[in-house]
Design a protein around this ligand. Structure first.
Ligand code: NAP
Ligand code: ZN
Ligand code: ZN
Length: 348
């Protein structure tokens, strides 16, 4: 076992504090890497604040992790020391169920995916995430970061990037398709960039017009404020696909009516409370509401390669670990442009 420095939450209402955790010895199939950067996802905040139920404290969050391999196990074939690598939201799954075999490890129906933090690993130990100096992970759950993507910019792709890429691919965003992205935060801004790179016509639906210039620069061709009721009248029946990245509850009925006949609204945000859907908004247009969770390992690698090829990277604000608590407050206040990324140098 090795000891590394980390930032952990010890309860739902205490600030994250500096601590130490242990990482397991490198097993035959493991890759150990120094963490260089870790993104702050809104899911980290939902988890540590108990918004998805009681967490298993202490929790070291962070599932957007990028770094450089320092050691490999005796049977590792995919990586070598010095490789630029990352991990996203899970570090294991059953590997045997239909979903795992199909590359949908995130939907594992066997033992379920093992989350990068706040979960229990195969060895019975709690998993701890990327707000730390180093990590040890089975090579099958490690991604290769293309040379064209800097490590700090790669980190947010490992959750925010794949979470938007996967539904955009699944619901065929591309030329001739009108896509709306609700919420211009971490997920949303990557959703805009990726959908535009896929060739879709992209509209941002944000609370206000404050970030309009950014939205258009990122690749959207239209930008509307959802605080303006006229938006909902003007855009009725417009979109083939809407992806909702908002972390809070919305009146989904309003948004469903913005879909064309046969359009789909994909829920990506995971607000604390359930949301209700008025039946007429679905029925009166044969519309669908769907959900999507991150993406599998092969698809995550495909996304990284796509982003390298199309020059898609997140807009980030790099912070030191002692700024994490302030960054959390700013994320909750929608004051993030557009992902905080922790430089973990001080934790190694
Ligand atoms: P984020 O950076 O905080 O972005 C969320 C955006 O939602 C904000 O920037 C804001 O955009 C909008 N928003 C926030 N509060 C709002 C409110 N009360 N009313 C209307 N709009 C509001 O968060 P994120 O990291 O992108 O994550 C977004 C959500 O996705 C979270 O719930 C997270 O847990 C979830 N998530 C899901 C998956 C998955 O696999 N499905 C993966 C990662 C994250 P504007 O300022 O533009 O309005
Ligand atoms: Zn996330
Ligand atoms: Zn499985």
């Amino acid at each position: 076992m090795t000891t590394v420095t980390a930032y952990a939450a010890t309860s739902a209402d205490a600030p994250l504090t500096r601590t130490t955790i242990t990482r397991r010895d490198v097993g035959p199939h493991d890759v150990a890497f120094d963490i260089h950067f870790a993104g702050i996802c809104h899911s980290d905040i939902h988890t540590v604040r108990g918004e998805w139920g009681q967490a298993n404290y202490p929790v070291v969050p962070g599932h957007e992790i990028a770094g450089i391999v320092t050691e490999i196990g005796s049977q590792v074939t995919k990586f070598t020391v010095g490789d630029r690598v990352g991990i996203g939201c899970f570090v294991d799954s059953c590997r045997e169920c239909d979903e795992c075999r199909a590359g949908n490890e995130q939907y594992c129906t066997g033992s379920g995916m093992v989350g990068t933090y706040n979960a229990v690993d195969r060895d019975g130990q709690p998993t701890q995430g990327g707000y730390s100096g180093a990590i040890v992970v089975d090579e099958n759950y490690v991604l290769r970061i293309p040379d064209a993507i800097a490590l700090d910019k790669a980190a947010p792709l490992l959750c925010a990037g794949i979470t938007t890429y996967s539904p955009l691919r699944h619901w065929n965003a591309g030329p001739g398709k009108k896509v709306a992205v609700i919420g211009l935060g971490g997920l949303g801004h990557l959703g805009v960039k990726i959908a535009a790179a896929m060739g879709a016509e992209v509209t941002v639906l944000s609370q206000s017009l404050k970030k309009m210039e950014d939205g258009l620069r990122l690749g959207a061709t239209a930008y509307h404020a959802t605080s303006d009721r006229d938006t909902f009248k003007q855009l009725r029946g417009t979109f083939d696909l809407i992806i909702n990245t908002v972390s809070a509850n919305l009146d989904l009925g309003d948004y469903l009516k913005l879909l064309k006949v046969d359009g789909t609204l994909v829920e990506l945000g995971m607000p604390e409370h359930p949301m209700s859907v008025p039946a007429p908004a679905l029925i009166g247009g044969r519309r669908s509401i769907a959900g999507s969770m991150i993406g599998g390992i092969a698809e995550t690698q495909e996304m990284l390669d796509f982003c390298a090829e199309h020059d898609v990277t997140p807009e980030i604000e790099i912070i030191a670990p002692d700024y994490i608590n302030e960054a959390y407050e700013r994320v909750v206040a929608s004051d993030v442009r557009y992902r905080f990324v922790i430089d973990t140098a001080g934790l190694r």
